[in-house]
Write a protein that binds this ligand. Structure first.
Ligand code: SAH
Length: 256
Protein backbone atom coordinates (compact mmCIF):
# COMPACT_ATOMS: atom_id res chain seq x y z
CA UNK A 1 0.00 0.00 0.00
CA UNK A 2 1.45 3.37 -1.05
CA UNK A 3 1.01 6.78 0.48
CA UNK A 4 -0.86 9.76 -0.93
CA UNK A 5 0.64 13.23 -0.60
CA UNK A 6 -1.64 16.22 -1.01
CA UNK A 7 0.85 18.87 -2.04
CA UNK A 8 0.36 22.61 -2.42
CA UNK A 9 1.89 23.71 -5.73
CA UNK A 10 1.83 27.36 -4.68
CA UNK A 11 0.38 30.19 -6.78
CA UNK A 12 1.95 29.23 -10.11
CA UNK A 13 5.66 30.08 -10.31
CA UNK A 14 7.59 26.81 -10.35
CA UNK A 15 10.01 27.96 -7.65
CA UNK A 16 7.25 28.79 -5.17
CA UNK A 17 6.64 25.19 -4.16
CA UNK A 18 8.21 24.01 -0.88
CA UNK A 19 11.42 21.97 -0.88
CA UNK A 20 9.43 19.12 0.65
CA UNK A 21 6.86 19.27 -2.14
CA UNK A 22 9.53 19.42 -4.86
CA UNK A 23 11.40 16.48 -3.34
CA UNK A 24 8.24 14.36 -3.27
CA UNK A 25 7.47 15.29 -6.88
CA UNK A 26 10.94 14.12 -7.87
CA UNK A 27 10.26 10.73 -6.28
CA UNK A 28 6.59 10.43 -7.26
CA UNK A 29 5.28 7.43 -9.21
CA UNK A 30 2.10 9.18 -10.27
CA UNK A 31 0.87 12.79 -10.06
CA UNK A 32 -2.77 13.88 -10.23
CA UNK A 33 -2.70 17.61 -10.93
CA UNK A 34 -5.14 20.52 -11.07
CA UNK A 35 -5.86 22.75 -14.03
CA UNK A 36 -4.14 25.68 -12.29
CA UNK A 37 -0.86 23.78 -11.98
CA UNK A 38 1.68 25.09 -14.50
CA UNK A 39 3.42 22.79 -17.00
CA UNK A 40 6.79 23.95 -15.64
CA UNK A 41 6.00 22.48 -12.25
CA UNK A 42 5.25 19.08 -13.74
CA UNK A 43 8.83 19.06 -15.02
CA UNK A 44 9.76 18.55 -11.37
CA UNK A 45 8.22 15.07 -11.67
CA UNK A 46 9.91 13.64 -14.78
CA UNK A 47 9.61 10.03 -13.62
CA UNK A 48 5.93 10.15 -12.76
CA UNK A 49 2.83 9.26 -14.69
CA UNK A 50 0.94 12.56 -14.97
CA UNK A 51 -2.83 12.70 -14.83
CA UNK A 52 -4.88 15.88 -15.22
CA UNK A 53 -7.88 15.93 -12.91
CA UNK A 54 -8.31 19.64 -12.59
CA UNK A 55 -11.36 21.70 -12.97
CA UNK A 56 -11.54 25.21 -14.21
CA UNK A 57 -14.98 26.76 -13.92
CA UNK A 58 -17.11 26.12 -16.96
CA UNK A 59 -14.46 24.04 -18.70
CA UNK A 60 -14.24 20.27 -18.76
CA UNK A 61 -14.01 19.08 -15.20
CA UNK A 62 -13.30 15.83 -13.49
CA UNK A 63 -15.90 14.68 -11.04
CA UNK A 64 -14.61 14.96 -7.47
CA UNK A 65 -15.78 11.43 -6.63
CA UNK A 66 -13.79 10.14 -9.58
CA UNK A 67 -10.67 11.90 -8.28
CA UNK A 68 -11.24 10.45 -4.80
CA UNK A 69 -11.53 6.97 -6.24
CA UNK A 70 -8.46 7.49 -8.44
CA UNK A 71 -6.34 8.36 -5.41
CA UNK A 72 -7.45 5.32 -3.46
CA UNK A 73 -6.84 3.01 -6.42
CA UNK A 74 -3.44 4.54 -7.17
CA UNK A 75 -2.32 3.94 -3.58
CA UNK A 76 -2.86 0.21 -4.15
CA UNK A 77 -0.58 0.27 -7.20
CA UNK A 78 2.12 2.87 -6.49
CA UNK A 79 4.40 3.81 -3.59
CA UNK A 80 4.32 7.58 -3.89
CA UNK A 81 1.08 9.09 -5.11
CA UNK A 82 0.97 12.87 -5.41
CA UNK A 83 -2.15 14.97 -5.56
CA UNK A 84 -0.85 18.39 -6.66
CA UNK A 85 -3.18 21.30 -5.99
CA UNK A 86 -2.85 24.99 -6.79
CA UNK A 87 -1.94 27.29 -3.90
CA UNK A 88 -2.47 25.56 -0.57
CA UNK A 89 -4.47 22.32 -0.59
CA UNK A 90 -6.43 23.30 2.55
CA UNK A 91 -7.88 26.53 1.16
CA UNK A 92 -10.70 26.22 -1.38
CA UNK A 93 -9.09 23.06 -2.70
CA UNK A 94 -11.65 20.39 -1.77
CA UNK A 95 -8.92 18.66 0.22
CA UNK A 96 -11.37 17.53 2.90
CA UNK A 97 -13.29 15.33 0.47
CA UNK A 98 -10.07 13.64 -0.61
CA UNK A 99 -8.87 13.24 2.97
CA UNK A 100 -12.14 11.61 3.95
CA UNK A 101 -12.03 9.22 0.98
CA UNK A 102 -8.47 8.24 1.88
CA UNK A 103 -9.29 7.80 5.57
CA UNK A 104 -12.31 5.66 4.93
CA UNK A 105 -10.29 3.45 2.58
CA UNK A 106 -7.52 3.18 5.17
CA UNK A 107 -4.94 4.83 2.89
CA UNK A 108 -2.01 6.66 4.52
CA UNK A 109 -1.72 10.30 3.53
CA UNK A 110 0.19 13.47 4.30
CA UNK A 111 -0.46 17.12 3.55
CA UNK A 112 2.33 19.37 2.31
CA UNK A 113 1.28 23.03 2.55
CA UNK A 114 1.72 25.54 -0.24
CA UNK A 115 1.64 29.30 -0.68
CA UNK A 116 -1.93 30.36 -1.22
CA UNK A 117 -2.55 32.78 -4.07
CA UNK A 118 -3.65 35.60 -1.72
CA UNK A 119 -0.18 35.64 -0.19
CA UNK A 120 1.50 35.66 -3.59
CA UNK A 121 -0.75 38.55 -4.63
CA UNK A 122 0.06 40.73 -1.62
CA UNK A 123 3.75 39.92 -1.98
CA UNK A 124 3.64 41.14 -5.54
CA UNK A 125 1.70 44.26 -4.58
CA UNK A 126 4.06 45.03 -1.73
CA UNK A 127 1.08 45.50 0.59
CA UNK A 128 0.81 43.75 3.94
CA UNK A 129 -2.57 42.15 4.67
CA UNK A 130 -2.27 43.37 8.24
CA UNK A 131 -0.99 46.73 9.38
CA UNK A 132 -0.70 48.26 12.83
CA UNK A 133 -3.68 50.47 13.46
CA UNK A 134 -5.24 49.78 10.05
CA UNK A 135 -5.94 46.07 9.69
CA UNK A 136 -6.12 43.47 12.43
CA UNK A 137 -8.40 41.00 10.71
CA UNK A 138 -8.16 39.21 7.39
CA UNK A 139 -10.92 37.19 5.77
CA UNK A 140 -10.39 34.69 2.96
CA UNK A 141 -13.75 33.93 1.39
CA UNK A 142 -15.46 32.74 -1.75
CA UNK A 143 -18.94 33.57 -2.96
CA UNK A 144 -18.95 30.42 -5.09
CA UNK A 145 -21.54 27.84 -4.13
CA UNK A 146 -21.19 24.35 -5.55
CA UNK A 147 -24.04 22.28 -6.91
CA UNK A 148 -26.30 20.95 -4.19
CA UNK A 149 -24.75 23.16 -1.50
CA UNK A 150 -26.70 25.42 0.82
CA UNK A 151 -26.83 29.15 0.17
CA UNK A 152 -23.67 30.81 1.45
CA UNK A 153 -23.56 33.75 3.83
CA UNK A 154 -20.10 34.92 2.83
CA UNK A 155 -20.84 38.65 2.55
CA UNK A 156 -21.22 39.90 6.16
CA UNK A 157 -17.79 38.60 7.19
CA UNK A 158 -16.16 40.18 4.12
CA UNK A 159 -17.89 43.52 4.67
CA UNK A 160 -16.81 43.56 8.34
CA UNK A 161 -13.20 42.45 7.92
CA UNK A 162 -10.41 45.05 7.90
CA UNK A 163 -8.91 43.22 4.90
CA UNK A 164 -10.66 40.66 2.71
CA UNK A 165 -9.59 38.45 -0.16
CA UNK A 166 -12.16 36.83 -2.42
CA UNK A 167 -11.30 33.67 -4.35
CA UNK A 168 -13.27 32.42 -7.37
CA UNK A 169 -15.12 35.70 -7.58
CA UNK A 170 -13.93 37.59 -10.63
CA UNK A 171 -16.69 36.33 -12.93
CA UNK A 172 -19.44 37.75 -10.71
CA UNK A 173 -17.58 40.87 -9.60
CA UNK A 174 -20.38 43.32 -10.44
CA UNK A 175 -22.96 41.34 -8.51
CA UNK A 176 -20.53 40.85 -5.63
CA UNK A 177 -19.90 44.59 -5.40
CA UNK A 178 -23.67 45.17 -5.14
CA UNK A 179 -23.97 42.58 -2.37
CA UNK A 180 -21.12 44.15 -0.41
CA UNK A 181 -22.58 47.62 -0.83
CA UNK A 182 -25.87 46.29 0.55
CA UNK A 183 -23.89 44.96 3.52
CA UNK A 184 -22.73 48.48 4.28
CA UNK A 185 -19.26 48.38 2.73
CA UNK A 186 -18.48 51.99 1.65
CA UNK A 187 -18.28 52.54 -2.12
CA UNK A 188 -14.94 54.26 -1.56
CA UNK A 189 -13.37 51.05 -0.17
CA UNK A 190 -10.08 50.44 -2.00
CA UNK A 191 -10.08 47.33 -4.20
CA UNK A 192 -7.20 45.68 -6.01
CA UNK A 193 -7.61 42.89 -8.55
CA UNK A 194 -4.66 40.59 -9.07
CA UNK A 195 -4.62 38.20 -11.98
CA UNK A 196 -2.05 35.41 -12.47
CA UNK A 197 -0.14 36.24 -9.29
CA UNK A 198 3.49 35.07 -9.38
CA UNK A 199 3.37 34.36 -13.14
CA UNK A 200 4.88 36.38 -16.01
CA UNK A 201 1.34 37.27 -17.15
CA UNK A 202 0.56 38.81 -13.76
CA UNK A 203 -1.65 41.87 -13.86
CA UNK A 204 -2.86 44.33 -11.19
CA UNK A 205 -5.90 46.60 -11.43
CA UNK A 206 -6.69 49.28 -8.87
CA UNK A 207 -10.23 50.34 -8.12
CA UNK A 208 -12.82 50.95 -5.45
CA UNK A 209 -16.02 49.17 -4.57
CA UNK A 210 -17.80 51.65 -6.83
CA UNK A 211 -15.40 50.90 -9.68
CA UNK A 212 -15.96 47.20 -9.22
CA UNK A 213 -19.70 47.76 -9.50
CA UNK A 214 -19.06 49.68 -12.71
CA UNK A 215 -17.11 46.83 -14.29
CA UNK A 216 -13.46 47.17 -13.20
CA UNK A 217 -13.07 43.39 -13.41
CA UNK A 218 -14.08 43.28 -17.05
CA UNK A 219 -11.22 42.08 -19.22
CA UNK A 220 -9.66 39.79 -16.61
CA UNK A 221 -9.80 36.17 -17.66
CA UNK A 222 -7.03 34.34 -15.83
CA UNK A 223 -7.29 33.15 -12.25
CA UNK A 224 -7.72 36.30 -10.20
CA UNK A 225 -8.40 37.57 -6.71
CA UNK A 226 -10.39 40.51 -5.41
CA UNK A 227 -8.70 42.24 -2.49
CA UNK A 228 -10.57 44.77 -0.34
CA UNK A 229 -9.52 47.12 2.43
CA UNK A 230 -7.81 50.27 3.59
CA UNK A 231 -4.37 48.65 3.46
CA UNK A 232 -4.69 48.81 -0.34
CA UNK A 233 -5.57 52.51 -0.50
CA UNK A 234 -2.23 53.83 -1.75
CA UNK A 235 -1.61 50.97 -4.15
CA UNK A 236 -5.14 51.04 -5.57
CA UNK A 237 -4.92 54.75 -6.27
CA UNK A 238 -1.48 54.49 -7.88
CA UNK A 239 -2.80 51.66 -10.08
CA UNK A 240 -5.94 53.57 -11.05
CA UNK A 241 -3.76 56.32 -12.55
CA UNK A 242 -1.66 53.84 -14.45
CA UNK A 243 -4.58 51.80 -15.80
CA UNK A 244 -6.37 54.94 -16.92
CA UNK A 245 -3.24 56.04 -18.75
CA UNK A 246 -2.72 52.78 -20.56
CA UNK A 247 -6.47 52.50 -20.98
CA UNK A 248 -6.44 48.74 -21.33
CA UNK A 249 -9.07 48.16 -18.69
CA UNK A 250 -12.48 49.81 -18.89
CA UNK A 251 -12.21 51.22 -15.41
CA UNK A 252 -14.48 53.84 -13.91
CA UNK A 253 -13.12 53.94 -10.42
CA UNK A 254 -14.44 56.76 -8.30
CA UNK A 255 -11.87 58.95 -6.61
CA UNK A 256 -12.36 59.06 -2.89
N1 SAH B 1 -6.06 26.42 -3.21
C1 SAH B 1 -5.90 27.60 -4.03
C2 SAH B 1 -7.22 28.21 -4.41
C3 SAH B 1 -8.04 27.35 -5.34
S1 SAH B 1 -9.56 28.09 -5.81
C4 SAH B 1 -5.01 28.61 -3.31
O1 SAH B 1 -4.68 28.37 -2.13
O2 SAH B 1 -4.65 29.63 -3.89
C5 SAH B 1 -9.12 28.85 -7.35
C6 SAH B 1 -9.05 30.35 -7.19
O3 SAH B 1 -7.81 30.73 -6.62
C7 SAH B 1 -9.13 31.12 -8.49
O4 SAH B 1 -10.46 31.30 -8.88
C8 SAH B 1 -8.50 32.43 -8.09
O5 SAH B 1 -9.41 33.23 -7.37
C9 SAH B 1 -7.42 31.98 -7.12
N2 SAH B 1 -6.09 31.85 -7.74
C10 SAH B 1 -5.39 30.72 -7.91
N3 SAH B 1 -4.19 30.97 -8.48
C11 SAH B 1 -4.13 32.31 -8.65
C12 SAH B 1 -3.13 33.21 -9.15
N4 SAH B 1 -1.94 32.78 -9.61
N5 SAH B 1 -3.42 34.53 -9.17
C13 SAH B 1 -4.58 35.00 -8.70
N6 SAH B 1 -5.56 34.20 -8.21
C14 SAH B 1 -5.33 32.88 -8.18
Amino acid sequence: MGKVYLIGAGPGAADLITLRGADLLKRADIVFYDALVQAEMLELAPGAKQVAVGKRCSRISTDQRFTNRNLVEAAAKYDIVVRLKGGDPMLFGRAQEEIEALESAGVAYEIVPGITSALAATAELGVSLTERGVSRSVVFATPRVGEGEDVSDWAPAVARADTAVLYMAIGQAVEIAGILEAQGMPLSTPVVLVENASLPASRHVGSTLRGLKDGAARGLSGPALLLFGDVFRKRAHALIGRELMTGDVPLQAAPR
